[in-house]
Design a protein around this ligand. Structure first.
Ligand code: TPP
Length: 257
């Protein structure tokens, strides 16, 4: 998963694909911050779909009981891939659950950049000064597809999308900046062009990097590969030797032989 970045230097935990697993971890980190008396807090972002996992409930309950400095930031964009919110839960969104767990809760217009900033700052103040968990539910919409393998036309209609397109947070913020006299369409166009060429250049550069070696598929997790991974690695190598045409040279190389 190429979006699973993280940064130890920035205290940014690596993103994880299994939904909800990191919500209790966030409570755990916050518990550690509290025991060390640090003036910091943890923030954990997830979707309303992830909030259907049992992990969400365990995490909020534990945070509420132990009163630890964690902000649970739920982006409620109305869909868990193709499942609309009304098929996910019968209650009033995610905010009501925070109240149920005795956690201070804010619901904010997730398409209003400044409102989200203010809500997050306020939640941080409460978490750090009062050693309290806070839940934020940001109400928003996913205009694009969930992923490159998702086709939203199968589960929602164009008019729904158009209603939300008009509320696009980037567009709203742009109009606000223009109304303040701090931005204009020319600057917007120039900035877009600059971003576009930066991205095209980065893609060109990335395309020149050789494809990963076969070994990279198995490395970087364990110092010494466990036997079952070694077995799989050997089996794959044998398969490549037997059916080389199934593995285009650009995708797989047995460089470490
Ligand atoms: C434990 C688990 N179950 C199922 C999936 C498959 N899955 C990936 S994304 C997704 C929907 C997530 O919905 P939400 O949390 O609302 O996030 P968003 O739609 O905003 O990306 C599902 C079910 C998964 N990654 N992990």
């Amino acid at each position: 998963m190429p979006i699973h970045y993280g940064s130890q230097a920035l205290n940014y935990m690596t993103i994880s694909s299994p939904l909800g697993t990191q919500i209790p971890q966030a409570t755990g980190y916050a518990f550690a911050l509290k025991t060390q008396n640090k003036p910091n807090c943890v923030i954990c972002y997830f979707g309303e779909g992830a909030a259907s996992e049992g992990d969400f409930h365990a995490a909020l309950n534990m945070a509420g009981v132990f009163k630890v400095p964690v902000i649970f930031f739920c982006r409620n964009n109305g869909y868990a891939i193709s499942t609309p919110a009304h098929e996910q839960f019968a209650g009033d969104g995610i905010a009501s659950r925070g109240v149920g767990y005795g956690i201070k809760t804010l619901r904010v217009d997730g398409n209003d950049v400044l409102a989200v900033l203010k809500a997050t700052q306020e939640a941080r103040r409460m978490a750090v000064e009062q050693h309290e968990p806070v839940l934020i539910e940001a109400m928003t919409y996913r205009l694009g597809a969930h992923s490159s393998s998702d086709d939203p036309s199968g589960y929602r209609n164009k008019s729904e999308e158009e209603t939300w397109r008009a509320k696009c947070p980037v567009l709203r913020f742009k109009l606000w900046l223009i109304a303040q006299g701090w931005w204009d369409e020319d600057q917007e166009e120039q900035r877009k062009q600059a971003h576009r060429s930066a991205i095209v250049n980065a893609m060109k550069k990335a395309e020149k990097i050789p494809a990963p070696t076969l070994e990279d598929l198995f490395s970087d997790v364990y110092d010494t590969p466990p036997w079952h991974l070694q077995e799989q690695y050997d089996a794959l190598k044998a398969h490549i030797r037997k059916y080389p045409e199934a593995y285009p040279k650009t995708s797989w190389r047995l460089d470490h032989e």
